[in-house]
Ligand binder design. Sequence first.
Ligand code: CA
Length: 407
Amino acid sequence: MAFRLGVGAGRAVVASALFGGAFWGLASVEGTALAASFDRCVSSLKSQAVKAGVRPEIASRMLDGAKYDEKVIRFSRSQPEYKTPIWDYMAFLVDPKRIEDGKALLKKHGKTLSAVEKRYGVDRHVVLAVWGIESDYGQFRGDFYTPHALANLVCAGGRRAKYFRGELIKTLQIASRGDVPVNSFQGSWAGAFGQTQFMPTTYTRLAVDFDGDGHKDLVNSIPDALASTANFLKDAGWRDNRLWGFEVKVPKGYSGPSGRKKYASMDTWTKRGLRNMDGSKFRSKADTALIRPAGANGPAFLVTRNFKALRSYNASTSYGLAIALLSELVSGGKPIQTPWPTNDPGLSRAQRLELQELLNKAGFNVGEPDGKVGPATRAGIKKAEARHGMPVTGRPGWAIYQKLGGS
Ligand code: CA
C-alpha cells in the first residue's frame, strides 16, 4: 500500500504465499564480512533514529538484536519466477473460505464497520475486503520483524536504501510515541505491517485512533485498523456516492477504447454498445473506464474512480479487482458471470493444500502440506504433469488437481 516498489509490500505477503521462493546461500567468508559491516550500519541507524527524536531505549530494544537476514535481501532482489494468471490470483484470494469468514466478521464487527462507514463514507464491505485480502482478516501479517527487515534493506545499500531508512525511522517513531508496542511489529519483508499492512510512512500520515484509547494501533486494535483503511481509501479518492464498478457485456468484436485511465460517460459507453449483464441499459451516472483484465475473451468491467482508490492500496488491477469482488461476495452479491478464458481454472487455498496432499500420496514428495506453492510444490507438479503426459508448467491448476483425484 502506498508503496510503488514494483512489488508492493502488501502484495509481497501475498506473493510470498503464492510463490514461496527459491533459495540460495552466501559463501561463509563473504557472510562474515557482511555481518561486521551490517553491525556498523545498524549502530549508525540507531544514532540517526535518536537524532530524529526516537527514545534511546526504544531504538535499542528494536534494533539491538538485528541480524543480517539473507531472506529479506533475497525477497527484495527476486522477481516472481512465474507470471500468475489472473484466474489463479482470484481463485486463491477470493476463495470460499475468505468469503465465509468475511460474512461472519461482517456481523461480528457490524457496529464498528457501520461507524467507520458513517465517519469516512467508505462502504463497509470494501473496508472488510481490504482487511481480508491484506492479512486474511488479521490472521496472517507476514513473517518479519519490521525494524529488522527494514534495517536489512537499508544496510544492503541499493537505490532504495534512502527510502527504507525513512521507513525505519518512522517505525521507531511509531513505537516511541507508544502507538504500537515494540514487539507487535510483524509484517512483510518490505516493511508493511499490521492488520492492514500499512507502510510506516503511510501509517504516520493516515492511521487513526478509532477506539479512543489514545493510541493509533493498527496491530492490536481492529477498530483502529478498519477506520485507518477507510481513511486511506477516502484520502485516495473514494467517494461514497459511487460504486467501484460492475461487470458488463461488451459487443462481439468491440474495438473501441478500453483501459483503466480512459474514462467516459455512461451515455458514451451505451453508444459504444456496452450493456449491463442482463442486457439492460445503464442507470449509473458516474464516469467509468472499461477494463478487461484477461483480454477480449474474459470478463469485462466498467470501473469508476473508486476503483482507482482501491488500486492505490496496491498498484495492481488484479489486486483491486480481488478487493472489489470479495466486497461484492461478502455483501451477498453474485459472482462474476463471464468465465475466465481458460479450461484449467485456479485453485482455492483449501484445494492448494489438498493438491499437496495428493502429490505426496502419489509419491511426488513435496514436503509438509501448507497451502503455499513454493519450489518443492512446483517441482512436484512438474513431475506429476510429465507422468500424466500433460504440458509441464509447475502451475497449481484444476487440471493436475483433478488428474490426481481432486474434485
Ligand atoms: Ca486506539
